[in-house]
Design a protein around this ligand. Structure first.
Ligand SMILES: *Cc1c(COP(=O)(O)O)cnc(C)c1O
Length: 374
C-alpha cells in the first residue's frame, strides 16, 4: 500500500522570485539590518496598508512590545486584550510590567467585544489591543470611538489579517497603530519577521529609536535610554519584497482554499464555518471551523486525531489566555472564548493546495466525522 499523502496545516509559498531577491541581498553584502530591501519593504508595506509609515521588526511579538514600550506603558498600567488570542498578545503586555486584562470575544466575529472592553476600562487602563482572529478584523469603528473617548491607545494585532479590509480600508490603517507577523505560517512570510504600521510619526520615531538599542540618532554610540535590538535583516526584507510582489496571487490562492472547504462542507451539520460580518473582507490566514454544537467538548479532539490518522494535520484553537500559567486569572469570565477554544479547529491552508487537494481533504474530513460518530 502506498503511504497516504500527508497535508501539513501550513506551508510557506516560496518561488524563484524569493530566491532571486535573497541571493541578490547576500551577494550585495547587505545581510544585516541595513540595506535597500529594508527601505523598499517598509515603504511598500506602508503604502499597501494605507498607513503613514512602517517600522519593520524581528518578529510579531517584539512588534507588539515595541509599540507598548514606545507608548510608555509600564508597571501599574493595564492593557485590555481578548481572552482568545495567541499568547504573544498578552506576553507583550507582561514584558512591560503591565497587566493584561482579558475580556471575552463576540460569537459573531470571534473578535474582542467592544461592550466588554467598555466594562473593563478602569483608572489604570492605558491601551486596548484588538486581535484580528483568524483573519477577521475586529470592530474598529466601535473600538476607535471608545478608545478616543477614554484617551486610550488602540492597537491592532493584525498578525493574522494581512490582506483583510473593513469597509474597504485595509488592516494596518484601522487603529492608532497596527502590528504584523511574518512567521512561516502567516499569509506572507520571511521565516521570522514583523512590522508596525502607524500614521503617528512621533510614535514611529520613538519605535525606530527603541528598535535600535535606544541610540541617539544624532550621536553615535550614545544611548540616552534603555532600548532593544528588534531590527529586521535585509535578508528577511528581500524575502518580503518578493512576497509583496506576489501578495495578490498568494491571497487569491488561499482565499480559494478556504472557500473550497466552506462550500464543500456547508452541508456537514457537525461543522460551522467562521462567521464573516458585513463590510469585512477576511484575510485568508487559516480555514477555521467549529465542531459540534455549543458546549460539545468531545468532538474536536476526536476529529483532530481521526484526521491525523488519515494524514490531515489540523490545529486546535488557542487556549484562553486566562488559563495559561503566566496570565492565570480564575476570575476572568469569558464563556464565548471558552466555547470557541474547545470546539475550534483549523484545516490545512496554504497557497499550494489545489482544487484536487482541497477535495481530498474534504473527503477525509467527512470520513473522519463519520468515524467518530459526529
Ligand atoms: C503569529 C502571531 C503573533 C506574532 O507572532 P511571532 O511568531 O512573534 O511573529 C502575534 N499575535 C497573533 C495573534 C499571532 O497569531
Amino acid at each position: 500500500m502506498s503511504p497516504v499523502e500527508r497535508f501539513p496545516v501550513a506551508r510557506p509559498s516560496i518561488t524563484e522570485l524569493e530566491e532571486r531577491y535573497v541571493v541578490d541581498a547576500i551577494r550585495s553584502g547587505w545581510i544585516s539590518s541595513h540595506g535597500p530591501y529594508l527601505r523598499d519593504f517598509e515603504e511598500r508595506f506602508a503604502h499597501r496598508c494605507a498607513a503613514g509609515t512602517a517600522v519593520s521588526t524581528g518578529n510579531g511579538t517584539v512588534a507588539l512590545h515595541l509599540v507598548l514600550a514606545a507608548a510608555g506603558i509600564g508597571p501599574g498600567d493595564e492593557v485590555i486584550v481578548p481572552a482568545l488570542t495567541y499568547v504573544a498578545t498578552a506576553n507583550a503586555v507582561a514584558y512591560c510590567g503591565a497587566r493584561a486584562v482579558c475580556v471575552d470575544v463576540l460569537p459573531q466575529s470571534w473578535c474582542i467585544d467592544p461592550a466588554a472592553v467598555r466594562a473593563a476600562i478602569g483608572p489604570r487602563t492605558r491601551a486596548v489591543i484588538a486581535v484580528d482572529l483568524y483573519g477577521h478584523p475586529a470592530d474598529y469603528p466601535a473600538l476607535r470611538d471608545l478608545c478616543h473617548r477614554h484617551g486610550l491607545l488602540l492597537v491592532a494585532d493584525a498578525a493574522e489579517s494581512f490582506g483583510a479590509t473593513l469597509d474597504g480600508h485595509p488592516t494596518g490603517s484601522l487603529a492608532d497603530v497596527t502590528t504584523f507577523s511574518f512567521f512561516g505560517n502567516k499569509v506572507i512570510t520571511s521565516g521570522e519577521g514583523g512590522c508596525v504600521t502607524t500614521s503617528d510619526s512621533a510614535l514611529a520615531d520613538r519605535m525606530r529609536l527603541l528598535r535600535n538599542q535606544g541610540m541617539d540618532p544624532h550621536r553615535r554610540y550614545y544611548f540616552p535610554e534603555l532600548g532593544y535590538n528588534y531590527r529586521m535583516t535585509n535578508l528577511c526584507a528581500a524575502l518580503l519584497c518578493a512576497q509583496l510582489d506576489r501578495a495578490d496571487e498568494i491571497i487569491a490562492r488561499r482565499d480559494r482554499v478556504i472557500a473550497g472547504y466552506e462550500e464543500q462542507l456547508a452541508d456537514e451539520p457537525a461543522l460551522t464555518r467562521q462567521p464573516v460580518l458585513p463590510g469585512v473582507r477576511r484575510g485568508p490566514w487559516m480555514a477555521a471551523f467549529l465542531v459540534g454544537g455549543e458546549g460539545d467538548v468531545a468532538y474536536r479532539d476526536a476529529l483532530a486525531r481521526a484526521l491525523d490518522r488519515q494524514g490531515v494535520e489540523s490545529r486546535p484553537f488557542f487556549v484562553p489566555i486566562p488559563e495559561l500559567p503566566a496570565h492565570h486569572d480564575p476570575a476572568a469570565d469569558c464563556p464565548v472564548t471558552t466555547d470557541l477554544s474547545r470546539r475550534g479547529i483549523n484545516l490545512p491552508t496554504h497557497a499550494e493546495l489545489g482544487e484536487a487537494e482541497v477535495k481530498t481533504v474534504v473527503e477525509r474530513v467527512r470520513a473522519a466525522l463519520a468515524g467518530i460518530g459526529c
